[in-house]
Write a protein that binds this ligand. Structure first.
Ligand code: FPP
Length: 244
């Protein structure tokens, strides 16, 4: 793996002031498992291992915020048993990873609805958020029971009560709504599909996209590094003219 200097953002990439925000749609766990003759749950377990590797690699690649799509609100339509397995895995993940996050300077927050989550998972989320609140190296955001449309709708419900009606004021309400976020600089989706699937719709207004055929359990720190290199090559004009 090359050093950080080789992937520092070029002058045209204009990352968020706090560093680069990478969001990942970690797709393909089920297909990865099925291709190996394993139950889908084995794919999710392997996916959680990949998440560990990627979280560990992120700060040295210049990533300051990493948002992972762990469970979409649309995923409730899957068989109950699969969802229960994913929720158990996320609970286990929070219990085992919190102390590691504290050691590594990772602040962990969760975005999405909590009212439909099992009580033990809600408790573990609150505990992990409180324990890691001082983390400065990386802001890790796990999206659990997350829907961007729902988040925008919830922000809109709050918006009608405020006096300052502007796009910025609306954006701020959305940012403050569970877990504060900045614009996404780079969105990566594994697993071969090329769509956003109701993930961070507002925050991706000026994001760069990298789509990979690789399924999430096969994704490595080197793949993240390559995606970051690809990102630095992109010229992000945000509607202005390219630099002369
Ligand atoms: C996407 O693959 C994966 C999920 C919807 C489930 C949960 C995600 C993880 C376990 C990875 C992140 C984990 C942590 C702990 C942050 P899929 O089931 O949609 O795969 P398919 O498209 O091949 O069916």
């Amino acid at each position: 793996m090359s050093s950080l200097t080789s992937i520092e953002a070029g002058s045209n990439t204009r990352p968020n002031s706090g560093g680069i925000h990478v969001a990942i749609i970690s797709d393909g766990n089920g297909r990865w498992a099925t291709a190996k003759g394993l139950p889908r749950s084995a794919g999710h377990r392997a996916g959680a291992e990949t998440a560990r590797e990627i979280i560990e690699a992120a700060p040295s690649l210049g990533i300051h915020t990493l948002t992972l799509f762990a469970l979409s609100s649309a995923n409730w339509q899957r068989p109950t048993q699969e969802i229960a397995g994913i929720l158990r895995l996320l609970h286990e993940y929070l219990l085992t990873e919190t102390s590691h996050c504290m050691e590594e300077g990772v602040r962990l927050t969760v975005i999405g609805r909590r009212d439909r989550l099992p009580i033990n998972l809600r408790q573990a989320i609150g505990d992990a958020e409180a324990a890691t609140a001082g983390g400065k190296r990386l802001h890790l955001r796990l999206a659990i029971d997350y829907s961007a449309r729902e988040a925008i709708y919830q922000a809109a419900c709050r918006f009608y009560k405020v006096t300052e009606l502007s796009c910025e004021a609306f954006g701020k309400i959305l940012v403050d709504f569970r877990g504060g976020s900045t614009d996404v600089d780079l969105m990566i989706r594994t697993g071969g599909e090329q769509r956003l699937s109701d993930f961070l719709l507002w925050e991706c207004a000026f994001a760069e996209f990298v789509f990979l055929e690789k399924r999430w359990p096969d994704f490595t720190a080197s793949d993240l590094h390559m995606a970051m290199q690809e990102f630095t090559k992109r010229e992000r004009t945000r509607g202005t003219l390219p630099a002369a």
